[in-house]
Design a protein around this ligand. Structure first.
Ligand code: AHR
Length: 508
């Protein structure tokens, strides 16, 4: 059996993990909102119609921030349709997903739901059909104290205190022709620059306030690295907006394409490919920063990431309300690659300060619901839960001797790891993927952490790569393993089964 040695030292740190790295996303798409988070009359629904069973699973995932209301949806959305008395709200055709949007759930309901879920809202403004004025207006509605038409409208609609929404996305995937109101990079850059300015003015910003008082603005970057405009789009957009924004967004979905007879290795190389994608945009930010002679650091917001195998053709009729769309059921294989993607995000925490798993409920999601019925945790739920709850504090740099395999992205590492030391709890979290098709010995040499003591060891492995969970049967999940001994307080030897994900926690 091959042995992979991994070395880490407490003093060699990549950066602090921002809690917002573990965010997620709810779009008006399929059954994410209706029958997902909102289902009046459901046995677990509260007085606002929020499903209690879903709320408790969201809490289990420990999600700090949720992006809303889209996605592609936002580029044709008039936020005013979703406020005020429900009986007066219009049903509209949603041209992004070809469904009918009843507007029974809108900004005020989302803010309430965020309160119930204990998460911060991350709003997206419409820069497709929407204007700079409309973007400023929703900021006024959400954040202005009172005494103006829109802030008073919010109060009239039941929210006396402003919502104080901090995170705002300036449109969504504006580089794609599938986007309503798609623009080229310079057109979008100019529009986003103006929107940012006017949104900040509406928020009462003069430039003298503390960073905590300022909006955190996210400009739309490339919607995936396969776009012909990538990474030129990102450079041009940043050159227009650098001094006015805080984050550049990036999106990426990986898929397992057995039906197109691509080898398994191509899927297993996803984590390393994601690392390269981040590296390119990190370099693009640095390039623009140097060109503009700017002291300011813009960060990355990886605000859509997941596995999404876009295989099945749509079965639901056009214009149906809350149809079953994008209801991916994840396999064990997906969970393994998903854990690798999380390792990559964690290892790039110095530049990726925001992340949104796309999405949260029913639509390419870790949580699935049955209308009027139960829920289940998808396979991908588990790596997210373990890492969002434990991979906190600082990401420690690792030096690994892992061998590599060939895939469509070039070389990828067989053993893929992430290490986090949390000074608050004095614990070390270790996430290990074995993408090799044979078992691997791993020797961890963990220096300067003090006398390590193993506290937890779980593993996800399966002889069936296609194994899935479903309602009433959650069998693909991490299982406890016997705690390893720690030699001399710092050396740990493990055997990782073929194609498996392991999570360990040590007290320091
Ligand atoms: O998350 C599903 C869709 O994927 C989003 O609406 C869009 O932004 C992306 O293309």
């Amino acid at each position: 059996m091959k042995t992979t040695k991994i070395f880490a030292d407490r003093n060699l740190v990549i950066g602090q993990v921002s809690p917002t790295l573990y965010g997620s996303f709810i779009e008006h798409l399929g059954r994410a909102v209706y029958e997902g988070i909102y289902e009046p009359g459901h046995p677990t629904a509260d007085k606002d119609g929020f499903r209690g069973d879903v709320l408790s699973l969201v809490k289990e995932l420990n999600v700090p921030v949720v992006r809303y209301p889209g996605g592609n949806f936002v580029s044709g959305y008039d936020w005013r349709d979703g406020i005020g008395p429900r009986e007066k709200r219009p049903a509209r055709l949603d041209l992004a997903w070809h469904t009918t949007e009843p507007n029974l759930f809108g900004t005020d309901e989302f803010m309430k739901w965020c309160g119930a879920a204990g998460v911060s809202p991350m709003m997206a403004v419409n820069l497709g059909t929407g204007t700079v004025t409309e973007a400023a207006h929703i900021v006024e509605y959400c954040n202005h104290e009172g005494g103006s038409a829109l802030s008073d409208l919010r109060r009239q609609n039941g929210a006396e205190a402003p919502y104080g929404v901090k995170y705002w996305c300036l449109g969504n995937e504006m580089d794609g022709d599938w986007q309503i109101g798609h623009l080229d990079a310079a057109e979008y850059g100019k529009k986003a620059r103006e929107a940012a300015k006017v949104m900040r003015w509406t928020n009462g910003e003069t430039g003298l306030e503390s960073p905590e008082e300022r909006l955190k603005l996210i400009v739309s970057g490339s919607s995936n690295p396969e776009m012909p405009s990538y990474p030129e789009w990102d450079r041009v957009v940043l050159e227009h907006t650098y001094d006015r924004v805080d984050y550049l967004s990036m999106h990426r979905y990986y898929e397992y394409s057995a039906h197109r007879s691509r080898p398994l290795e191509d899927f297993f190389g996803s984590a390393d490919d994601m690392h390269r994608f981040i590296g390119t945009l990190r370099a693009t930010i640095e390039y623009v920063r140097a060109k503009l002679r700017s002291p300011k650091q813009v960060y990355l917001s990886f605000d859509e990431w997941n596995i999404w195998t876009q295989a099945a053709p749509r079965k639901e009729p056009l214009w149906k309300r809350s149809p079953h769309l994008l209801e991916e059921t994840y396999t064990f294989r997906d969970a393994l690659v998903f854990a690798g993607l999380m390792n990559t995000l964690i290892n790039n925490c110095d530049i990726v300060r925001l992340g949104c798993l796309a999405q949260l409920v029913n639509v390419i999601a870790p949580i699935m619901t049955e209308t009027g019925g139960g829920t289940f945790r998808q396979t991908i739920f588990y790596p997210f839960k373990y890492l969002s709850n434990n991979a906190r504090g600082e990401t420690v740099r690792t030096f690994s001797g892992s061998d590599t395999f060939d895939c469509m992205y070039g070389k990828a590492r067989a053993v893929n790891e992430a290490l986090n030391f949390d000074p608050k709890t004095n614990t070390l979290a270790v996430s290990l993927c074995n993408f090799a098709q044979e078992a691997r010995e791993v020797e961890l040499e963990l220096r300067s952490f003090g006398d390590l003591k193993a506290l937890e060891y779980v593993e996800m492995s399966s002889s069936d790569l296609d194994a899935k969970n479903t309602f009433g049967r959650e069998t693909v999940l991490p299982l406890p393993r016997e705690l390893p001994t720690v030699k001399d307080g710092s050396i740990v030897r493990l055997t990782l089964p073929p194609m498996s994900w392991s999570f360990l926690k040590f007290g320091c």
